[in-house]
Design a binder for this molecule. Structure first.
Ligand SMILES: NC(=O)c1ccc[n+]([C@@H]2O[C@H](COP(=O)([O-])OP(=O)(O)OC[C@H]3O[C@@H](n4cnc5c(N)ncnc54)[C@H](O)[C@@H]3O)[C@@H](O)[C@H]2O)c1
Length: 319
């Protein structure tokens, strides 16, 4: 049992991480500003079931608020920080590049600085497969060059990794940057393709297909991602960057077909032009995660989408 501070802990991935930490009897502080990138009520519902748990502390706070962060770290005295708060999404980052830079780069620097000042030695940070850009060599491994990000979002995630390395080098903090690959599952962000396509399919609305449908994504189920995050705990790895992906890329056409099968709907696909910030493929080499964390993805896309769809149906029944 330890004291853990989770930034972005009311979000999609964060709320699942928080569930697992509380199950393990950890004391958890969530820092989240409940911004309106998507409906903040969805985020409130993600953590509502922990109200009344004495081990759960919710702080509505922006990670850019240095004074507030100092206060929360002073109260929480965390032994571990799991930093998931970020401005997310590739395409919206094109119109709001400065906001992404503020939150993802400066905000991450605030988290690192405050952790160091308060003697917290261990951090796990959320990076992204987007740092690999349009790389042709697959699968993507952590040693591949990542100097050509193709969106402001990707560039901010790479910048965060570099700043994190400096904190390890100078102050010997143990830091793992996890490059998540296309995460989906229960509580999934409404702007993510699996959630968006399921919703459109159920509503009988057209499914937008950008390009010819041959782009591929390495969709990774939420439980596998959370298992990978928690597998980093206490490993004392120094500084590492580790991919967490499913190692099984699926084309957009096959993905749309899978959504049709799972929802039992006949889909109406609408052709759209490819987007310049979209990458042709994401494909994780997970051998480093296997070696350092003993981690493997265990959920097939079919199985994960079925679980997601079951959850989605229950959710719309309750609404
Ligand atoms: N979901 C994916 O497929 C995916 C893939 C790669 C990387 N990631 C990374 O994983 C992390 C979690 O992503 P998610 O999909 O759960 O997104 P999410 O938007 O559901 O969660 C992020 C949370 O951070 C909070 N937040 C944002 N800015 C904040 C700020 N300034 N101060 C405090 N809180 C703030 C949001 O309110 C939200 O609750 C992010 O860092 C994201 O970049 C996600």
């Amino acid at each position: 049992m330890s004291r853990v501070l989770v930034t972005g802990g009311a979000g999609f991935i964060g709320s699942h991480v928080v569930d697992r930490l509380l199950e393990a009897e950890d004391e958890v502080w969530v820092v989240d500003n409940f911004n309106d990138y998507y409906d903040p009520d969805v985020k409130r519902r993600n953590v509502a079931h922990h109200a009344g748990d004495a081990k759960f502390h919710l702080q509505e706070l922006d990670i850019l608020d240095e004074t507030g962060m100092d206060r929360v770290f002073g109260e929480a005295k965390p032994e571990l920080v799991i930093h998931l708060a970020a401005r997310v999404g590739v395409r919206p980052s094109l119109d709001q590049a400065l906001l992404y830079e503020q939150v993802n780069v400066r905000g991450s620097a605030v988290v690192l600085k405050t952790a160091k000042q308060h003697g917290c030695r261990e951090l796990i940070l959320a990076s992204s497969s987007s740092v690999y850009g349009c790389q042709k060599k697959t699968p993507f491994s952590e040693d591949d060059p990542v100097d050509h990000p193709v969106s402001p979002y990707a560039a901010t995630k790479r910048a965060m990794e570099l700043i994190a390395y400096t904190y390890h080098h100078l102050w010997k903090l143990d830091i793992v940057c996890l490059r998540f690959f296309n995460v989906y599952g229960e509580r999934g962000r409404p702007d993510n393709i699996p959630a968006m396509f399921t919703q459109l399919a159920v509503a009988g609305k057209p499914i937008p297909r950008f390009g010819d449908g041959t782009t591929k994504r390495d969709y990774t189920y939420i439980d596998d991602i959370v298992a990978g995050v928690l597998a980093c705990r206490g490993k004392q790895l120094g500084f590492e960057i580790i991919n967490l992906g499913n190692h099984t890329p699926v084309s957009l056409n096959d993905f749309i077909e899978a959504i049709g099968e799972i929802t039992g709907k006949k889909l109406n696909v609408e052709e759209r032009s490819p987007h310049p910030a979209d990458v042709p493929i994401t494909f994780a080499d997970v051998s480093k995660a296997r070696r350092l964390l003993g981690w493997e993805p265990t959920t097939s896309l079919q199985e994960g989408l079925e679980k997601y769809y079951q959850w989605y149906q229950q959710m719309i029944k309750r609404a």
